[in-house]
Structure formats: C-alpha cells, structure tokens
Design a binder for this molecule. Structure first.
Ligand code: G3P
Ligand code: MG
Length: 375
C-alpha cells in the first residue's frame, strides 16, 4: 500500500543524505514529464538537498540531454549532476574503467568502432569525450558495400553520415555500443566480423577466436577487440503502456548469433556498464559527491561522507538491484525506492525480482518517504 506523504516539510540543516533519480519511468515517459517529477526536484533544489540523475539512457551528449531535460521538467539542471549510460566511457580515453580494462592504456589515439541509435551522433559524443579515431558501421558499409549483402535499412542515413576509413581495412582496437542501435542486423554483422577477426583487422578471419574449448592446450586465440555495452536494460518504460526492448535486447541478440557462429564453444567476451553494475554506481557516487561539495560550497574533504543515497527507480533489475548490491567505499548506504510509474507493474510481474526498501506511487512519494524517514 502506498501511503500518500506530504513533502511540505522543511528538512533540518544540509542533510547527510542525497538522492539519485532514474529518468525513464520515474521523471519522464520519453519526452513527457511524469506528474510530481518537477515538484519533487524543485523541492530538493529549494532546500539544498543534493541529487543526481542516473540513467541508462543515452544517445545525446550530456550537455544536450541536460538542456532538453531542464526545459521539459522546468528545473535548472547541469551536467554536474547527470550520468548517462555511456558517460563513464570518458574514462577510457586516457585509462581504464575502474576495476576492469587494466590492459587498456587509454584509447584516445586508437581506432574504435561506435554504434548506437544515431551512430554519427554517437561518434560526435565519443569525439567530444576525447576519442580521436571513431569509426561507425556507415563508414565500413560505404568503403565495403558487399559487407552487407542486402539493401541497407537506412541507406540514406549511412550515405549522409559515412566518413572515409583511415585505411581500407583498419585495425579496430575496441567496439562500443553507446546506446540502442536501430539497425541490429548490420551492426551485429559488423561487430561479429570484428570479433572473429585477427587482432581486430577488418576483413580478416581467425578460426581461433571463440574456441575456448582449445584454451589451455598451448593454443592462443588471435586477439579480438574488447566489446563494451553501455546499458544492460532488457526492458524500459517508454510512452507505450507496456515496457519496450532496451539495449540489453540488442546485446542478447548479438550474443545469440555469437553462440551459433562459435558453436557454443565460447561465451561472448564483453564488458557491460550501466545500472545495476557497480562500476556505474561507483562513477555516479563520485559525480554526486563532487556535486554535493559544490552545492555546499565546500571541498569534498571538508564534509562528512553521505550516510544515505536514496536511489529512486522504476526497474527492479537495474535501479533496485544496483542500489541494493552497491557497496560504497565511503560507507554510504544506497537505499532503493521503487516507483509504480515505470517498468515494474505488480499486476503484470508480481513481486519485484529485487526487493526495494520501499514501494511508492511515484517520485514525489519517494522523496516524501525518504524525508519522513530522515525525520
Ligand atoms: O534506453 C533507456 C532505458 O534503457 C532506461 O533508461 O532512465 O530508466 O535508466 P532509465
Ligand atoms: Mg527507468
């Protein structure tokens, strides 16, 4: 049962707690604000209670998306308290991403393949992050039209956005899915070509890649480029009344073709970030703490770590699970709050697969519940 709380309570001095808000299904349904979202954010800003927006969405540069969100929600927002699915990829320009990719010494000057909903827009985002040699499927299709034997789905888009390849068959050092691809067929073809290539060189083939059954018998696979996904969401809450497939569905399709192509002999090697993965929560916590210090006008070292972060989400598999499982190095407790305005619907899915600390009607109820709890 969701009690109706009032948020017309003035909190005490700047509190040792903050909020993290998911976007789709909590604040917006695609472009349409969810009732109570504006009021909840305005209240927190008025009372100097820090929050960040933490979304598995992407496809626009942070500055563009934040400007769009500010105008839709009628709340001034900045990139200081905003983390999208691919935002952490910035760290791979100069180094590794948290606990993984230790063999990656920065991809700034390497050739990377980037795909996503508008791959040319994702290329520009990657370039704004600092990657200097970004290739898209359109570039490969333009240079090698036979790479795809059928009439390309988005022929005009590809022709309009393709750039010349650095050389006819470049070596690709990493593959990134920035957000939800639209042409799954071409993207899966090209990504699988590269995963089965010799050291990422376009147009080559290695019978060894994916042969984990041969590993350990003096056999060495040819290097395949690392594959990064920004968002594991199988489903998300859009404008339709039922959840829609997210980037996780694309990932599953690609993994399914890999399984068939390799005869099931090797799991698809991949790195997935985004909620619920700890590396995204750790990245978000760093962003939140820097933002909180700025809001309080203090140096981070001068203020006590947050005691609580209330993670308000609509998807048990990403928002709730991630907050429940994240172990902050600062001892901050991430407390999950599930709203009824998004992916999760008890009539359809029964109890949430990951148990939240509280279930409330909407984001306004989540803020009121947390304030009530903080006293
Ligand atoms: O593509 C966006 C979708 O995966 C979910 O986004 O804001 O609910 O994390 P969000
Ligand atoms: Mg959501």
């Amino acid at each position: 049962p969701c009690r109706s709380y009032s948020i017309d309570r003035r909190p005490p001095k700047p509190p040792p707690f903050a909020f993290a808000f998911d976007i789709d299904g909590v604040l917006l349904h695609v472009a349409k604000p969810i009732p109570g979202a504006t009021q909840a954010l305005q209240y927190l800003q008025k009372h100097n209670i820090p929050f960040i927006l933490l979304t598995n969405g992407g496809g626009k540069h942070e500055t563009e998306r934040v400007a769009d969100l500010s105008s839709r929600l009628g709340v001034p927002l900045t990139t200081d308290n905003f983390v999208q699915s691919h935002t952490p990829f910035r760290e791979l320009v100069h180094g590794s991403l948290g606990d993984i990719d230790i063999d990656v010494k920065g991809l700034k000057d390497k050739n990377i393949l980037v795909t996503g909903s508008d791959a040319s827009k994702c290329r520009r985002i990657a370039e704004q992050y600092g990657f200097r040699h970004v290739i898209t499927p359109a570039d490969i299709l333009a240079a090698h039209p036979d790479v795809w034997p059928f009439e390309p789905l988005m022929k005009e888009v590809y022709a309009a956005t393709a750039r010349p390849l650095p050389d006819s068959n470049p070596k690709i050092d990493a593959i990134f899915v920035f957000n939800d691809p639209r042409d799954w067929a071409l993207d899966i073809q090209i990504i699988l070509d590269l995963l089965q290539s010799k050291e990422g060189v376009l147009g080559t083939y290695s019978p060894k890649n994916g042969r984990a059954d041969l590993e350990g018998h003096g056999w060495q696979a040819d290097g395949q480029p690392p594959l990064y996904f920004s968002n594991p969401d199988l489903l998300w809450s859009a404008a339709y009344h039922l959840p829609r497939f997210g980037q996780g569905a694309f990932q599953a399709a690609l993994a399914g073709v890999w399984h068939e192509v390799t005869g099931g002999k090797a799991p698809l090697k991949r790195t997935v970030i985004g909620k619920p993965h700890a590396r995204t929560y750790a990245f978000a916590e760093r962003v939140l703490n820097a933002h909180r210090a700025a809001v309080l006008g203090k140096d981070e070292k001068e203020i006590h770590p947050l005691r609580n972060v209330y993670m308000v989400g609509d998807n048990p598999a990403s928002d709730i699970r991630g907050a429940n499982e994240y172990e902050s190095p600062l001892g901050t407790k991430w407390t999950s709050v599930l709203v009824r305005t998004g992916v999760w619907d008890p009539e359809r899915g029964g109890e949430p697969a990951y148990e939240p600390k509280a279930i409330v009607g909407d984001v306004r109820g989540a803020v009121a519940w947390a304030l009530e709890r903080e006293g």
